[in-house]
Write a protein that binds this ligand. Structure first.
Ligand SMILES: [Zn+2]
Length: 110
C-alpha cells in the first residue's frame, strides 16, 4: 500500500505512507513518540537550546515561540488560536511541516 505522501523515520529507517499529509505526520508523530520517546525528548530539549537558530527559519505569520516542537500534540486549540491569531489547523500544519523538515529532512512529494 503505497500512498502519495511518504516519509522515513530518521531513527530506525521505517517508511511511512499516507493518503494525506496530515495522516502521514500523525503516523510519524505517533511512531516517534512510541518508539523513540527518549530521542524525542532529547530532541525537544536540544531544540529549545537551539531556539536562536530556529528563529532564523522564516515561517510567515507565525511567532517564533510557536515553533517549539513541544507544542505539537500538547497545546490546546484555543491557546494556539489566541497566541497566533490563526486557525488552529493552519498553525498545526505549518508547525508540523517545520517540525518534520527539521527532524526528517522533509516529506517526499510526488
Ligand atoms: Zn523509528
Amino acid at each position: 500500500m503505497k500512498y502519495k505522501y511518504q516519509a522515513k523515520c530518521s531513527q530506525c529507517g521505517q517508511g511511512f505512507s499516507a493518503p494525506t499529509r496530515t495522516e502521514l505526520l500523525e503516523k510519524l508523530r505517533k511512531h516517534l513518540w512510541k518508539e523513540h520517546r527518549d530521542w524525542m525528548i532529547r530532541r525537544i530539549k536540544a531544540g529549545q537550546r537551539k531556539r536562536k537558530k530556529a528563529d532564523k527559519v522564516k515561517i510567515v505569520g507565525l511567532p517564533a515561540s510557536i515553533l517549539n516542537p513541544s507544542w505539537i500534540g500538547f497545546a490546546e486549540k484555543p491557546v494556539i488560536e489566541k497566541v497566533t491569531g490563526l486557525p488552529y489547523e493552519e498553525v498545526k500544519s505549518r508547525v508540523l511541516d517545520f517540525f518534520v523538515s527539521m527532524l526528517l529532512g522533509g516529506i517526499k512529494k510526488p
